[in-house]
Design a protein around this ligand. Sequence first.
Ligand SMILES: [Zn+2]
Ligand SMILES: [Zn+2]
Ligand SMILES: [Zn+2]
Ligand SMILES: [Zn+2]
Length: 287
Amino acid sequence: MASQVALKVKCPSCRKSLMDKAHKVDGQPAIGLRVDVRGKKGWLRLSPVYGSYKVESEFPIAQDALVRISCPHCQAALKSSSQCEVCGAPMVPMMLEEGGKVFICSRKGCKKHFLEFEDLNKALTKFYDTYALGGDRQQVLPGRKGPAVEEPDAKEIMASGSFLQSYCPHCKHTLINHCSLTFTVVGRGGEEGMLLLSPYLNVFTNSSTIEIPHGEEVRDLRCPHCDHSLLEKLKKCDRCGSRIAKVTVGAMHKLITFFICLRKGCTWHGISGEDTKMIMLEDSQEW
Ligand SMILES: [Zn+2]
Ligand SMILES: [Zn+2]
Ligand SMILES: [Zn+2]
Ligand SMILES: [Zn+2]
């Protein structure tokens, strides 16, 4: 299991904590809410682990039902003007205790959710300091010195299999959707589709909605939220010379710039010059 992040949220109206220490879901204090499904009311408990969809409720809720969620303290309905990009249902906002918001879809079974930060850099640093659970990666990663401990400047090593919590460097939205790193891809002939990559370092699985022949360099990768191109103009792939895309990754208690080669089948990743002083990618010499 890759690193898990447990959220702590509060009501956007009365600002009281929604964390229910008496009830745990996924081994962590649940997010305790009230739910209303066509007039039937009861309690609802969500997993606080970001990316987990575990839910418990007082009565069974039918798949695809729209639910209304309210605060157990002030009874205010938790609603926003944003709609789910997947199913069109209203999104339910909750405030993160450290600043920013998390949105979840109000349709039972829809897995759309996203985080929004006002100051991404600050929030993420706090996020990692405050919310890092004792998952193996999270525990091992920050303090872990590489196998080459004799190195005087002991860099931290980002291990193969680390979860790359990735964000668009332009709009700061997460690029992780349904446990994949998601991009809009533009093929050589200008055709557009979706490209899903593994979000784990050195795990190279991918799928796309357009045909991309092995070895072909795609024309562009774009953010699926703001449609900004992620092309990095000043650098090329160290291995094959193709163009590369740039994303922001939260790792090692900071944000780093992470590059991905645009040629399908090239397994090169890189990090920016400043970041290499502090962080090494595991097995990086072999790419
Ligand atoms: Zn409230
Ligand atoms: Zn939805
Ligand atoms: Zn964007
Ligand atoms: Zn390459």
